[in-house]
Design a protein around this ligand. Structure first.
Ligand code: TXA
Ligand code: MG
Length: 350
């Protein structure tokens, strides 16, 4: 067990003294958890192999799952890659800083434990003021996966990180809630047609607005489970709360009916049931622990609440969570990707 230092920093009033201290810890090879606008990240100096090793150890992360390198501008990318493809520059200009990670050919500067042996590297410039100031204070690129124990939902609040990583890292920066609440979009720019390897905060539609045609990695299409994903992290069962999750997809009417019937049946057998729904359907459920994520018309709020809701269910004694599917358009693609993974791909069309 490490003696983890928990440091509170406010976004409105950045404490440079605290940030410089955390920057020194990172530069010297230590681990610092910090907020980004997507989820909290578990950071270490990306060009220091021994520091990067500590990330895998703290998270219990398989070493074949590569990390994202965080920077604070296009200039920081140059030493990390062979070249910046012109189209990659276009998306950087359009979406950075923000929830977009770009895959390019790596340079020799990036250790192979960051990329899990791949010749490509994933790079992101986050928009969160604490993340930006911390990376600048460190003066080096920062490798950072989501700051959860591997397999658990990504952390979107300081309390989630403290639950998972207190005693496993050098510093945790408690810096409030993450506004996007889902991880960044991972976009492969090494293929002829840019390919989304993980849907996230920047949508396919938004990327197409800048790049023209954009493809989804075939493994992302719901129901296609036998194609191995190009983004190694996407193959792990992930984002899972303790209880089993089952997703129901279809018209509102049939979904509400199917979930209500299932809840009745389970509760008659002595099971505790959780229900994940929307504001629109919330009042139609009569039994179980009912948690609406927000209005269907406001997918941003639904995205921001998904992981914290899955974690809240860990605090209750539910045996099973029945969840409503959402429409897989725009942010709905990323939300459904995470929900279906939390369910271990148990999705019923009703
Ligand atoms: O929003 C985010 O992306 C957060 C914050 C902290 O920045 N980070 C995050 O990291 O979600 P992580 O490690 O949990 O997810 C990184 C994903 C994994 O699915 C990984 O396999 C993929 O990016 N990835 C990283 N490098 C890659 C590469 N060279 N080629 C393909 N996929 C890669
Ligand atoms: Mg993760």
């Amino acid at each position: 067990m490490k003696n983890t230092l928990i440091i509170e920093i406010s976004c409105e009033n950045l404490d440079r003294g605290k940030l410089n201290y955390c920057g020194e810890v990172l530069k010297g090879g230590g681990t610092v958890v910090f907020p980004t606008e997507t989820v909290y990240g578990l950071g270490a100096n990306a060009i220091y192999e021994k520091a990067v090793e500590k990330i895998f150890k703290a998270k219990g992360r398989p070493s074949d799952n590569p990390l994202i390198v965080h920077v604070t501008g296009e200039e920081d990318v140059i030493p990390l890659v062979k070249a910046i493809p012109p189209k990659a520059k276009e998306v950087m200009d359009a979406f950075w800083p923000g929830p977009l990670t770009i895959i390019m050919e790596k340079s020799s500067r990036v250790p192979y434990n960051v990329t899990a042996g791949l010749n490509t590297v994933a790079i992101r410039y986050p928009a969160h003021p604490i993340a930006k100031a911390l990376i600048e204070a460190a003066g080096v690129p920062i490798a950072a996966p989501s700051a959860n124990i591997s397999g658990k939902p990504s952390p979107t609040k300081a309390s989630h990180v403290i639950d998972d990583l207190d005693g496993r890292v050098d510093v945790i920066i408690a810096g409030g809630d993450c506004s996007v609440g889902l991880e960044s979009t991972v976009l492969d720019m090494t293929t002829d047609i840019p390919t989304i390897l993980r849907p996230g905060g920047v949508t396919k539609e938004e990327l197409e607005g800048v790049l023209g045609r954009v493809e989804m990695d075939p493994s992302l299409l719901t129901g296609v489970l036998d194609i191995s994903p190009k983004s190694p992290g996407m193959k792990y069962t992930h984002y899972s709360p303790k209880a089993e999750v089952v997703v129901y997809a279809g018209e509102d009417e049939s979904v509400v009916k199917a979930i209500s019937n299932k809840a009745n049946e389970l509760m008659a057998n002595g099971k505790e049931v959780g229900i994940i729904c929307t504001n629109e359907t919330q009042h139609r459920y009569k039994k179980g622990i009912i948690k609406p994520l927000g209005s269907k018309k406001d997918m941003k709020t639904i995205a921001a609440k998904l992981f914290s809701t899955l974690r809240e269910f860990d605090e209750t004694k539910v045996d099973i969570i029945l969840a409503e599917a959402l429409e897989e358009v725009e942010l709905g693609q990323a939300i459904m990707n995470r929900l279906v993974k939390a369910a271990g791909y148990k999705i019923y069309r009703v």
